[in-house]
Design a binder for this molecule. Structure first.
Ligand code: PA5
Length: 470
């Protein structure tokens, strides 16, 4: 299909004051006032990219990664019944979003021939003991490929989960366990990289300088996608298309900058949350991925000058139409503190007609002979209309279809939007000191060597607190 026809478009009519009024909307001048800053940011990005200091934007052109994975997939076709992805945060949310968007909704329940003999796909992105033990009830480790995904190579959740499966694998397969492991980690640093070298375990590298939440287009997302039969080439090609489309400094022509600018300007008007609202089950986990990208990148205590600012919009995910019967009352009539970002699919993979009841009835006849496709589209339009009438700013990302190409586009558009919005807020979107603090405290609680002093400090702090409980 002609790639232009697969272009994601951003409709921002319903944030403009002509449509939702001046109190909660934006005037064209508000956006134009950001044009000079946008140009500076744009050219700075350009310079950084030339120096390879904004590597996530160069990922679409790293085709050799795809070739490397293809080679592994070809050589191991049909070997595994199951794939277990062990990772957390940025090492899991992107790959999960890819699987949910692009596979059959009940993929793991399909018979192997309908999966083209690709493995069933499981993602362990939490350390809930029930979930881990439960997975052991449904997979045979001896028929499973385990992929351990951690950029730092040492995240406690990921490594502890790996330890559990490693011992099962070793018990079941003796010294053949290595063939059931893949590591996706930093090319040089960390515990996992060392283990890969010492034990000769198949590994793929996460591109240096690409942080977890920007890593879906590295082997982190590409490996499980390609192992399960999806096209890594198309994901990268969609992302490359988005890089080109966002290659203009003209704010009003650049969907990534525009989305960032709208978020920033409305944040300053008191809309401190952004609700991503896909009208598609396939895209729900993309909203989850976005939630991490936006929150971890933009929620910061200090700005680039190290002044305490405590900024950050709160990303929320909701699902159309399900949450029309749960959240939309609040969204339409509650406080004016949110921006809404619909994800709309113009053409679903399937068309599901609604057959009439045998006996006509005036209360249900309006549905008969229509389709679920038409109903979900009407419901999205109706919610959008209600929000707009109630002066709730909302934008829509329009997906012609959900495919590797469009998913690659949205990943890249939202990643560029994140980098750009970080600049508008004058914070560093690529660090996560708040998360690191929690990681270090966990090491201390778990008695890690070298963390005794930290543990003592934490214990003193906890002991000094007054306890209130009922
Ligand atoms: O985006 C990030 O950097 C984080 O969410 C990390 O992905 C997460 O903390 C897991 O880290 P790692 O991949 O090092 O195990």
């Amino acid at each position: 299909m002609d790639k232009q026809k697969l272009e994601i478009r951003l409709d921002y009519s319903n944030v403009m004051s002509e449509n939702i009024g001046e109190t909660h909307g934006l005037a064209r001048q508000d956006l134009e006032a950001l044009q000079d800053r946008t140009r500076d940011i744009h050219f700075d990005f350009y310079r950084l990219r030339e120096r390879k200091e904004l590597p996530f934007m160069n990922l679409p052109y790293e085709k050799e990664v795809v070739d490397e994975i293809k080679h592994y997939v070809e050589a191991n076709r049909g070997r595994f019944e199951n794939y277990v992805h062990i990772g957390i945060g940025g090492s899991a949310l992107g790959p999960i979003a890819v699987q949910a968007a692009l596979h059959h909704p009940f993929y793991n329940l399909l018979p192997p021939e309908k999966r083209r003999h690709a493995p069933r796909m499981f993602f362990l992105d939490n350390i809930d003991p029930d979930r881990i033990a439960g997975l052991l009830d449904v997979i045979d480790p001896a028929k499973t490929l385990f992929s351990v995904v951690t950029k730092s190579g040492g995240t406690a959740e990921t490594i502890s989960t790996f330890m559990i499966f490693m011992s099962r694998l070793q018990a079941a397969l003796k010294n053949k366990y290595r063939d059931h492991l893949v590591f996706i980690t930093d090319p040089v640093k960390g515990f996992l990289r060392k283990l890969a070298a010492d034990e000769h375990i198949q590994s793929f590298s996460i591109t240096p300088g690409v942080g977890g939440r920007f890593s879906v287009l590295t082997p982190v997302g590409l490996f499980p996608a390609m192992l399960s039969g999806l096209s890594g080439d198309e994901l990268l090609s969609g992302a490359g298309f988005a890089v080109s489309k966002c290659g203009t400094e003209d704010l009003l022509q650049n969907p990534a900058y525009l989305f960032g600018a709208i978020n920033y300007l409305l944040y300053r008007k008191g809309k401190r949350s952004v609700v991503m609202l896909p009208y598609s089950d396939r895209l729900y986990r993309t909203a989850d991925w976005f939630r991490q990208l936006w929150a971890e990148s933009l929620g910061k205590r200090v700005n680039l000058k190290k002044e305490v600012v405590h900024v950050g919009p709160t990303p929320i995910k909701a699902l159309g139409v399900t949450d029309q019967h749960s959240q939309v009352q609040l969204y339409v009539e509650g406080p004016f503190d949110k921006l809404f970002a619909f994800l709309e699919v113009e053409s679903f993979s399937e068309t599901v007609p609604i057959p009439p009841f045998e006996k006509p009835d005036p209360t249900t006849d309006y549905l008969a002979g229509k389709s679920m496709n038409r109903l979900i589209s009407a419901e999205k339009k109706a919610t959008e209309l209600a929000m707009t009438r109630h002066e709730r700013p909302n934008v829509t990302f329009k997906f012609p279809v959900v495919s590797e190409f469009t998913l690659g586009q949205i990943f890249m558009i939202l990643e560029i939007a994140t980098a750009y919005t970080g600049r508008l807020f004058e914070i560093d979107p690529f660090n996560q000191p708040g998360v690191e603090e929690g990681k270090l405290a966990t090491y201390a609680f778990m008695g890690r060597e070298g963390f005794q002093e930290k543990r003592k400090l934490i214990e003193d702090e906890l002991n000094s607190r007054k306890i209130y409980q009922v």
